[in-house]
Design a protein around this ligand. Structure first.
Ligand code: PLP
Length: 374
């Protein structure tokens, strides 16, 4: 069977648990269970009474209510809770797409939706955020990528791997093309809330057009990837279609995930988690930048506006996958090669991590860079 693997996640599965310095992760340093419980100041004895039963299959009503409250005009029926944003993306592909359809995908991007689409026999067209132009949206490529056969325009905003946030004008340009061709607009907004300190919270695409589907979750901006809680916000008929696929895929997310997510979205806890994330994002990038500037003429990076990630180009005579494996073998550090995003000559580096860990690992990176630069 000709099934295209998800290259980035395969790299992580193979190496992330054993490597000494993991800069390939896509989130901020995770929050511990103890920290989350402490922040929410609940009665632990009472919490221990939580039945380890199935929650409501589409997510506990009280959790869906909190999620709906994050989107102006969303109701309970517009929400489906999933096992991470990844289940959301996967069942959306399986709901909206069939063999022979086309989609238009923003590049570079997290390639889950496009990979799932290819595996369904869908033609994938792409439009770029331009390297060398501050990752500005290439509007001509967007126009060229969409036609009457396009079912979905898919994007990640704030973007993984570049940390770019679309401007209001760029968002409007995408919405108006989707409207013109009657295509669904799928906006994966998992990095919303993980903005740098001086950057406004990213505006959601929700409500800008009736055929918008939002994917989000607790894995990135909230620092809670291990809860495996994601969600979809969409028109009710689409939620019902997704729900049918959700029953086949996972039945439901976990009861503990639902209950802890409910705590994480309590306004005071949410505020504290987001503040922690923004702090880590900012301080981590400053440290990363210092190390990238240490050896002149090698790295060039557009400072990310959000996310724990930087997508830096490098001026070294080596392919990005080869470089990543050399770093792993020789220095026990893991980065993601630009090849995983179709852009060789780049590295994705995660930096919203504890200071010392970051410094120790990045000095190892620079040992190899010095050797290669000679
Ligand atoms: C843009 C994007 N969407 C979805 C996911 C998957 O998130 P989750 O851990 O919630 O399944 C990731 C993880 O890296 C991501 O970067």
């Amino acid at each position: 069977m000709n099934f295209e693997p998800f290259e980035l996640e395969r790299l992580l599965s193979d190496w992330e648990q054993t490597v000494e310095f993991n800069f390939a992760e896509s989130g901020v340093h995770p929050v511990s269970l103890g920290e989350l419980l402490q922040l929410s100041d609940i009665d632990i004895k009472e919490f221990l009474e939580t039945p380890l039963n199935y929650p409501e299959v589409n997510g506990e009503a009280s959790l869906r209510k909190k999620i709906a409250g994050l989107y102006d005009g969303a109701k309970l029926q517009n929400i489906l809770v999933t096992v991470g944003a990844s289940e959301a993306n996967y069942i959306i592909a399986n709901t909206l797409l069939e063999k022979g359809d086309e989609i238009a995908v923003m590049q570079p991007t997290y390639m889950q939706f496009s990979g799932a689409a290819k595996n369904l026999g869908v033609k994938v067209n792409s439009f770029s955020l331009e390297a060398g132009n501050n990752w500005a949206l290439n509007r001509q490529e967007l126009l060229d990528a969409v036609n009457l056969n396009t079912k979905v325009i898919s994007l990640v905003n704030p973007n993984n791997p570049t940390g770019k946030i679309l401007s209001k004008e760029e968002m409007n340009a995408i919405v108006s093309i989707a409207q013109k061709f009657d295509a669904w607009l799928l906006a994966d907004e998992v990095y919303s809330g993980a903005e740098r300190q001086n950057v406004d919270v990213t505006q959601s695409f929700f409500g800008l057009y009736e055929k918008v589907i939002i994917v989000n979750g607790l894995s990135k901006a909230y620092g809670l990837p291990g809860l495996r809680i994601g969600w979809v916000v969409a028109p009710e008929n689409i939620i019902n279609e997704l729900w049918k696929r959700h029953e086949y895929t996972t039945v439901s997310s976990s009861m503990l995930g639902n209950r802890l997510a409910n705590l994480a979205l309590r306004p005071d806890v949410k505020r504290a988690l987001i503040a922690r994330t923004r702090d880590l994002v900012d301080s981590g990038f400053e440290i990363l930048q210092t190390y990238l500037n240490e050896i002149p003429g090698i790295f060039s990076v557009v400072p990310p506006m959000a996310s724990a990630l930087s997508f830096t180009s490098y001026n070294l005579p080596i392919n990005s996958t080869e470089l990543v494996h050399k770093l792993r073998r020789e220095k026990d550090i893991l980065l993601v090669p630009g090849d995983c995003f179709g852009l060789d000559g780049h590295l994705r580096i995660s930096s919203a991590l504890p200071r010392e860990y970051l410094q120790d690992g990045l000095s190892r990176l620079n040992e190899v860079v010095r050797e290669l630069a000679h």
